[in-house]
Design a protein around this ligand. Sequence first.
Ligand code: NAD
Length: 295
Amino acid sequence: ENTVVGFIGLGHMGSGMSRNLQAAGFKLVVTDLRREAASELLANGAEWADSAAELARRSDVVITMLPTPSIVSALLQGENGLLAGLSDGKTWIDMSTSVPEVADGVREMAAARGINIIDAPVSGMSVGAANGMLQIFVGADPELFAEHFPVLEAMGDPERIINVGGAGAGYAVKLMINQLWFSHLVATAEVLAIGTAAGVDLGVLRQSLIASPANSNFLESDVLSILNDGDYDEGFAIALACKDLGLSIDLARSVGMPSEVSALVEQVFRRARRSYGDSAGEMTPFKLYEDLLGE
Ligand code: NAD
């Protein structure tokens, strides 16, 4: 591959994703607030860039995998910003969980300069990022999607890299996935806690729910990693989960839709964040109910 990929944001997700791009043969230019996050990539031939503009100047495709929309937004602007370094025919792919407004704010200016913008958020957790099996939800015109499929394929499961609509659709799909996932988590934790407090054996309760029309993937698999292994997935910080829930609610507001369930779920997540700290895992809201039962 001759395409040079610039990668910004080498955290829980970006570290694995960039490693897989490198393994697939793409030449990489990388940057992060934490230079040490790049040491392995640099040792394997990646180049370091001191600013987003410099990174963009040296790349054909720039990927951002950053925590929040405001961080992405700030990174775009200014003489050291991403946009300053992009030119005709280059592409910015934002893979962060975010909202359409950030890209929309620069879309017109980018189009006038021949710059492509794609939203391609992911799911599959840090494990999926590490083993190149992410699901990727791509908001782009079909032609642009096809053109950039090889880059995406280096990070995701080819069967689950989906062109979900035009610009912004990827962000919307990803937010709805997390919203439903977190809703399952809270609803499941609540019924397991109530049933157990009412005297039913936890295992029997879970099996009964699984055999019922109320079964879910959460009950079948994810509850086990919590109950058996005490794994609250620290690869995804609860502070970021709270960010996602807030963005879901913002999206609902922006399209004039109610979001009652989302608001309740967000409250439970914020309670867990206060109780267990910003970097506790995304599954720690479950622990609120476990604590109520006194284990
Ligand atoms: P993270 O906090 O682990 O990593 C973010 C990285 O960005 C860090 O290395 C940080 O140093 C860097 N960074 C922050 N601000 C920067 C700046 N201005 N310039 C350069 N680098 C900067 O976050 P993560 O868990 O990797 O998540 C990244 C995105 O992916 C988020 O939008 C998150 O919601 C989403 N996401 C995460 C998961 C998961 O399981 N962790 C799953 C799907 C989607």
